[in-house]
Every structure is written in structure tokens, then in C-alpha cells.
Design a binder for this molecule. Structure first.
Ligand code: AHR
Length: 506
């Protein structure tokens, strides 16, 4: 049987992991907000209408950062609609999702919910239908302490203390023709620079994310990033990347290899950022905010049908992906890709969090449950903090029509010096069987295996449902063991693995 080898040397590191790498995203889309996090009348709803059962599942995920309110939605959003007395808020057509937006939940409600969830809010401004004025007044409303029109309006709305949102997105996917107010790179870059300047004049402590490409197949990629950064380099801190992978042709070997595309995407955009920095003779590096990533392929036709045939619903069922084990493995590989680039990718947002492309699903009036993708995200978010380690992997490979030399083993490790723990995250892409691994754990003397978690299923298409929510769940029955400084483990066929090590006595 072919074996994979890895070397983990304590001193070979990639970089510190920004906690925001484990971010997520809630958009006013489908049933993410309404009937997702917010459902007054639900048996578990609190006095503000937020579902406690959903909140509990979110809290368990340990998500430190949540992007809001969109997404495509933000490009048509009038943020003033969502503040002040709820009974006076207008209902609006949401052109992004062919839905009706009631505005029952807006900035202050979401901020209150995010606080309960233990997350900071990553706010986005509308650079589709709006511009500098709306962006700077939103920063003033949210972050200025008081004594001015917008900050006093917030106080009048019952929020005395400023939210002090730290990270702001300058619009969303402005390269996409589907975007309300879609722009060329020059048009967007100019507007983003002007909006950024005014926003930072209001609050110089904020960090800003410029829109990069919607995915690496966009015809304007990667010139888009170069042009946008030509305009915005001095004003922004991050450029965003988005991607959703799918398996429309049901070719598992190719699907599982898509994180290699993600690696290349990140590395290309890092190259563009460094090119612009060199051109500008600039000092600061631009970092990556991978602020939408996930798999999305099961519901695309159904979503198009809903928008066409049942338009303008409140909280329509959109993008309610039924995730299976295969999807969870791809999500695991994507997390590993983010960690492998933790020196430059500071922000990551699993898109999204509840009902829409989500690790958490709800029944209206009923239960909330975990999808298969919940598990790799939870493991990484819980056990993958600290420093990303530069793991050297030697693995058997496979080829297919799209990718050459796809390693059967995808792996990364993280080190938490305070807790004196090391976590190894590994996916076995093999459809044929177990992959034995042997790890040379240099300079990790005195460590022991705490547990070896495994997510696997005999049927790769198996998934969780409201009636069978524990079909795809991890078990702690992995066989990892340390023999001297050598780690031995057998990774089951098509599995996500977490091998947790701790110093003896820690
Ligand atoms: O996350 C769903 C949608 O995907 C977002 O609104 C948009 O930014 C992307 O195309």
C-alpha cells in the first residue's frame, strides 16, 4: 500500500493565523436572516426574535467575524431603511435575489445578534447604487461616539455606544455583470478610493477591503485586481477573493482537487498585490480577504426557477444546499488551502452561515441542525488557532483531465504555543482505500496524541437531514499514534482527519 509522508518541524512556520480566517457571512438572502437567525414566534426565540437554538450552533462553531449584510444584496441596499422604529421601516424590492426585504432586521439588530454570537461584524457598504455619501454616513452612524447628526441618530435609535466596526468591505463583486451597479475596474477603483478616503476621514482606525474578482474564471481576472489596486493601494488593506466550487459533472476526483485551484488563485492575487506594491514603491503589503468561499452546486437550477416563477417572496428558499460527505471534504481542503497561505490571507468567510449555503439549517417553526460541512469548519476554528506550520508533504498522486499530480493527502498543521498543542488537519482524497501516513515530528518531543477525529461515511453522497441529523458526524476512533518522534496513522478512504497532539502534562 502506498504511504504518504509528512515532516512537521516546530521551527518551520507559515505565519500567525488571524482569528478572522475563521469568519463567516450572513446576507439578506433567502432564509439566512428571516427564518434563519431571526424568527419571532419560534419556540426558542428570545425577546428580540432571535432563535436561541440557531445561536447555540453558531456559538459552538466559534466564528469570530461575520460579514454583513451582503453579498449581492448590499449593492441595492439603503442602510437607512434598516434603522429606527421597525414599524416605520419600508418594504423594498431586493433586485439581487428577486425577493421582498422587510427591513425588520438591520444594522443595530444584527450587531446585537453578532455580539451574542461572540463575533465582530464585517460591515459592507453599497457601491452599486450608492457611493461616497452613504458610505461615510454609515461609518459615522456606526462608529462615531456622538454629537453629530448620524451618530446622534444612532443614539436616538437606542444604541448609545458606537459599534466600532473595524473591518469594512467597499462593495461586493463589482466585476460581475449580475451585480446591481456593476462597474468596470477603473470605475470601481476610482469610486472605491474616494469612498475609502471619506470613510477613513470619519474613522481612521477602520480597515478596508477592496473588491477583487468574483472568481478566477471571470474574463477580467486578474487584470481587475491590478487596476483596482492601482486606484486604491494607498487607501485599502485587503483585496477580496470569492470562489464557490461545484461538482456538476459528478466527477469526484476533479471535485476533490479544486482546492489546488484555490491555492493558485491565492498565489496569483498575492503576486498582483506585490506587483502593485513594487510599482507604487509602497511599504505596506496588501493582504487577502477570502470573504466568500464554499461549495455551491446542488441548488443552482432550483434557485433560478424560484426567482423566475415565484418572485418577490419574503425569505424564499434559496441556495439551501444539501451538503454531503464529498462537499465536507472539499470544504476541508479549502480550509487547508487558507491555512497554507495564512501569512497573506488574513480574513476568510465561509459563505454563508445559516440556511443559505450553510453549515446550519433550520426548519421554519422547527429544528435547527448541522450539515456535513459544519464539522471540518468547527474542527479548524476550534483547534486551528495560533501559528500555521509549514508542513512538507510527500504523497502518492493521481491525474485527471483537469489537474495533474493531485496529492492523495492534503494536510496542514497548526501550533498553539500557549496551550502547547499541535493540530494536524488532513484529507485523504483516495476513492480506493485507506492512506497510511508517517509523520516525522521534529522538535516536538514530549507530545502525545490527544485524539484522532475522523469524518467519513461508506456512502460519499450521505448527508444530514432534519430527520437524520447525525448521518455524517465525526468520531474519535482514528488510530493515530506516536512512536518516538514518528507519527503513524491510517486515514480512511475519503475522510477528513484531525490529529490533536499536546505536550505531556499540558
Ligand atoms: O453568497 C451568495 C452570493 O454569492 C453573494 O451574494 C455574492 O457575493 C456571490 O455571488
Amino acid at each position: 500500500m502506498q504511504k504518504a509522508r509528512l515532516i512537521i518541524d516546530r521551527d518551520y512556520t507559515i505565519g500567525e493565523i488571524d482569528p478572522r480566517l475563521y469568519g463567516s457571512f450572513i446576507e439578506h438572502m433567502g432564509r439566512a436572516v428571516y427564518e434563519g437567525i431571526y424568527e419571532p414566534g419560534h419556540p426558542t426565540a428570545d425577546e428580540h426574535g432571535f432563535r436561541r437554538d440557531v445561536l447555540e450552533l453558531v456559538r459552538a462553531l466559534d466564528v469570530p467575524f461575520i460579514r454583513y449584510p451582503g453579498g449581492n444584496f448590499v449593492s441595492g441596499y439603503t442602510w437607512e431603511d434598516g434603522v429606527g422604529p421597525v414599524e416605520e421601516r419600508p418594504r423594498r424590492l431586493d433586485l439581487a435575489w428577486t425577493s421582498t426585504e422587510t427591513n425588520e432586521v438591520g444594522t443595530n439588530e444584527f450587531a446585537a445578534w453578532a455580539k451574542l454570537a461572540g463575533a465582530e461584524v464585517n460591515m459592507a457598504v453599497n457601491l452599486g447604487t450608492r457611493g461616497v455619501d452613504a458610505a461615510r454616513s454609515l461609518v459615522e452612524y456606526c462608529n462615531h461616539p456622538g454629537g453629530t447628526y448620524w451618530s446622534d441618530l444612532r443614539r436616538a435609535h437606542g444604541v448609545e455606544e458606537p459599534h466600532r466596526f473595524r473591518t469594512w468591505c467597499l462593495g461586493n463583486e463589482m466585476d460581475g455583470p449580475w451585480q446591481i451597479g456593476h462597474k468596470s475596474a477603473d470605475e470601481y477603483g476610482r469610486l472605491a478610493a474616494k469612498a475609502a478616503t471619506a470613510m477613513k476621514w470619519v474613522d481612521p482606525t477602520i480597515e478596508l477591503v477592496a473588491c477583487g474578482s468574483s472568481n478566477a474564471n471571470m474574463p477580467t481576472y486578474p487584470q481587475w485586481e491590478a487596476t483596482v489596486l492601482e486606484h486604491t493601494y494607498e487607501h485599502v488593506d485587503y483585496i477580496s477573493l470569492h470562489t464557490y466550487y461545484g461538482n456538476a459533472s459528478d466527477d469526484l476526483g476533479t471535485y476533490l482537487a479544486k482546492s489546488l485551484d484555490m491555492d493558485r488563485y491565492i498565489e496569483t492575487v498575492v503576486g498582483v498585490c506585490d506587483f502593485i506594491r513594487a510599482k507604487k514603491r509602497g511599504k505596506k503589503p496588501i493582504h487577502i480577504a477570502f470573504d466568500e468561499w464554499n461549495v455551491w452546486h446542488h441548488t443552482k437550477d432550483q434557485d433560478a426557477d424560484t426567482k423566475r416563477n415565484q418572485p418577490w417572496q419574503v425569505a424564499p428558499h434559496l441556495a439551501e444546499e444539501p451538503y454531503n460527505l464529498e462537499d465536507a471534504l472539499v470544504v476541508g481542503c479549502m480550509i487547508i488551502s487558507l491555512l497554507k497561505h495564512a501569512d497573506r490571507v488574513r480574513i476568510g468567510c465561509l459563505a454563508q452561515l445559516v440556511n443559505v449555503l450553510a453549515p446550519i439549517s433550520t426548519e421554519t417553526g422547527g429544528a435547527a441542525w448541522r450539515q456535513s460541512i459544519y464539522w471540518p469548519f468547527l474542527h479548524a476554528s476550534r483547534y486551528g488557532r495560533g501559528t500555521a506550520m509549514d508542513v512538507r508533504v510527500q504523497s502518492p498522486v493521481y491525474d485527471n483531465s483537469i489537474f495533474d499530480a493531485v496529492p492523495l493527502l492534503e494536510a496542514i498543521a497548526t501550533r498553539d504555543d500557549e496551550a502547547e498543542t499541535v493540530s494536524i488537519f488532513a484529507v485523504n482524497r483516495s476513492q480506493d482505500g485507506v492512506l497510511p501516513i508517517e509523520g516525522d515530528l521534529r522538535a516536538l518531543e514530549g507530545y502525545r496524541v490527544v485524539e484522532h477525529l475522523v469524518l467519513e461515511h461508506a456512502d460519499p453522497k450521505a448527508r444530514n437531514t432534519v430527520d437524520a441529523p447525525d448521518t455524517v458526524v465525526p468520531h474519535a476512533g482514528g488510530d493515530a499514534r506516536l512512536d518516538g518522534g514518528t507519527l503513524h496513522a491510517s486515514l480512511p478512504r475519503l475522510s477528513w482527519n484531525v490529529i490533536r497532539l499536546a505536550r505531556e502534562g499540558a
